[in-house]
Design a protein around this ligand. Sequence first.
Ligand code: FAD
Length: 437
Amino acid sequence: MNGTVLRVLLKRLGSTGWQERRGDQHRVRERKRKLTAPIDNIVIAGAGQAGGRAAEALRARGFQGAITILGEESHPPYERPQLSKALLHSADAPVAYIKQARDWSDVLNVRLETGAEVTDCDAGRRTVSTADGRTFAFDRLLIATGTRPRRLAALENSGIEIQYLRNVEDALRFRQSVQRQSRIVIVGGGVIGLEAACAAAKNGCTVTVIESEARLLARAFPAIVSDIVAARHRSHGVTFVFGATVTGTAPNGVRLSNDLEIEADLVLVGIGVEPVPTVAERLGLPSMGGIAVDACGRTAAPEIFCAGDAALQWSRCHGRAIRVETWANAQNQSISVAANMIGEAREYNDPPWFWTDQYDLNIQVAGDMLDAEHVVRGDERSGKFSVVAMRGSEVVGALSVNAAKEMALLKRVIAANARPSRADLESPAYDLRTALK
Ligand SMILES: Cc1cc2nc3c(=O)[nH]c(=O)nc-3n(C[C@H](O)[C@H](O)[C@H](O)COP(=O)(O)OP(=O)(O)OC[C@H]3O[C@@H](n4cnc5c(N)ncnc54)[C@H](O)[C@@H]3O)c2cc1C
């Protein structure tokens, strides 16, 4: 999102912007003076992947001032994809820490405060406070507080065991349930729910997935791929109920909106995520389902930046601002934003990209697959093919099934806004590199 789009977006939402709202020209001038002052102190709220990678990038780019990371979890920053993959499949799988705890201080000279939930922020004074009453001053603040799972209200306090899958503790708990060969109801046929279903089915659990849409992964996948995924799960014994939601408990499990009762020892909820509001709210930053940033990661407050899942950023492929909830974005956008925090001008415009692993399927998605014409490359019956999404002559998305090399090229085609013709794309012999010349 460029600066103009950001301003228009904020105006449309009834905000006159953080600066104007304070209505104090003297303070605005003072803030501008401070922005050109040396940066001695950077605070990062959120010790997840984006926060960790941003801290590393600040040091890699030569920043020598103080860096403090405040994270509410008890762990140093780690990557989450393995929480629904390796960690569920094997007791030996290690947590993917970005760095061991002591290396943050010993190698990078970064102060990492774990168990430190940011509960208050004062943009005027440039301080953040933690739940235990400590206050930290900053010249620049990076909000990297990520997202949290959307809760399933219908089952809260219902007596049945409910689990979510967001952090290490969640994953270890679910792994124990899976090893007990439990009867598991999974609410939500998205990526997290299906990776969990895969681990549970492989361990001999009885697995039922409840999906409110008529097919799996409807938010991101074309129907032909949804069908392939469903078939693979069914072949491992997973049962699906489509077009229904969980409305409450039944004597031995849960009750659905279509009056079905499903036996269950526990329910794993995977119905998407929502931003963690605390920091943005305290700073008076408008939340529009995420914290609006421009392509440099700047929020409406010039000294405050936002990276990772929490950021609402412009996506050309989607034609709107979205939260990009992916490993690659947490990795690369945060590195780019870190550079901007110390005075570089580096735009981040990579198309969104993520992958999922289920049984022998590796599926990768770049850009936006919805509301577009689909061109299939290769034969879907071969188990190795890709689908390209086009709007007019524009390639806005791509999905690959067990075709990672092709996806690497398709990502470049999308990023370059290259325009191969539909006829070219339909031909399996067409070399995608031609479009990049
Ligand atoms: C189970 C799982 C599997 C995934 N698999 C894939 C995958 O296969 N491919 C893919 O591309 N992406 C995947 N993702 C998504 C990817 O992991 C996220 O996009 C990425 O973790 C986002 O990083 P982040 O740093 O923005 O947020 P997070 O990783 O959520 O980190 C934010 C941190 O901030 C902390 N925090 C929140 N509020 C506060 C506060 N007030 N004070 C202090 N700390 C706070 C949180 O506790 C958390 O530790 C997966 C995610 C999950 C949960």
